[in-house]
Design a protein around this ligand. Structure first.
Ligand code: MLT
Length: 259
């Protein structure tokens, strides 16, 4: 089943991939700023936003990536720049593994190349079982807010309220599928040296989920990879939308890339 796709603006296509428990609307600020120059394409992963439930079968990032490529095909979109944050970054690596010829540039925000440690894998499976048992995502709303946002952002209603709304729109099946897919994901460290398109990495100094050193390590592994650090938590594009927009504009808009 194809994930929901949101297609705004015109120009070279950019595919935005959202973080765990969020949805395509995570990128609203970026679409508002960039869709005059770029075709901004966003998907809601299964069970999030407006997407249908996940398919039956073994959850995997490969499953998401295959569906995202099919969603691009459905819009006749061949090559894209990919912008992925956290789980969206894990998925960007999977897209590179499956279809590198379709990627013209990569922006990897607040993500890591490595697989899970054993303990985190166990925690993911526990959360998957919990939301399925409760048939509700309510019990994960506040714990996820605390992980996703810095303390300052948690105190800003205009940031935190939409984050709560996005988490509540996810279904238990969507959350369980995502956690099991992330738990099963392969280590992408060995893939980094094969990335031969322009790559920008964005880290957050206050990221409680993925320490900035781990994020910068991605750029160290990619030939010519560049990395920057912003003073924010895990979801950099929601906490510092203008700074992220400026970086994306400079990196992705062809006229500016050439100048
Ligand atoms: C995310 O923000 O996408 C996830 O929380 C990342 C993770 O759980 O590894």
């Amino acid at each position: 089943m194809l994930p929901a796709i949101h297609d705004s603006g015109s120009g070279e296509a950019v595919l935005f991939l959202h973080a765990f428990t969020l949805d395509a609307s995570q990128w609203d600020h970026q679409v508002a700023a960039l869709s005059g120059d770029l075709r901004c394409v966003r998907v809601d992963l299964w069970g999030c936003g407006m997407s249908p439930p996940p398919p039956s079968g073994e959850p995997s990032l490969d499953g998401y990536a295959t569906a995202v490529l099919a969603a691009l095909d459905s819009r006749d979109i061949d090559r894209v720049a990919v912008v992925g944050l956290s789980m969206g970054g894990y998925l960007a690596f999977e897209l590179w593994r499956l279809a590198p010829q379709r990627i013209r540039a990569l922006v990897l925000c607040n993500t890591r190349a490595g697989a899970d440690a054993e303990g985190s894998r166990g925690d993911r499976l526990l959360m998957a079982e919990q939301v399925e048992r409760e048939q509700s995502v309510e019990s994960i709303v506040e714990p996820m807010v605390a992980r996703l946002l810095s303390p300052q952002a948690q105190a800003e209603a205009h940031i935190v309220d939409p984050v709560r709304g996005r988490i509540r729109r996810c279904t238990p099946a969507g959350i369980a599928f995502a956690q099991r897919a992330m738990a099963a994901r392969p280590d992408s460290t060995a893939l980094l040296s094969s990335i031969n398109v322009p790559a920008l990495v964005i880290a957050g100094t206050q990221d409680a989920l993925i320490p900035s050193q781990e994020v910068h390590a991605i750029a160290d592994g990619i030939p010519g990879g560049r990395s920057i650090e912003l003073d924010c938590g895990h979801v950099s594009n929601l906490e510092l939308p203008r700074a992220v927009n400026d970086q994306l504009a400079e990196f992705l808009i062809p006229a500016r890339m050439a100048s």
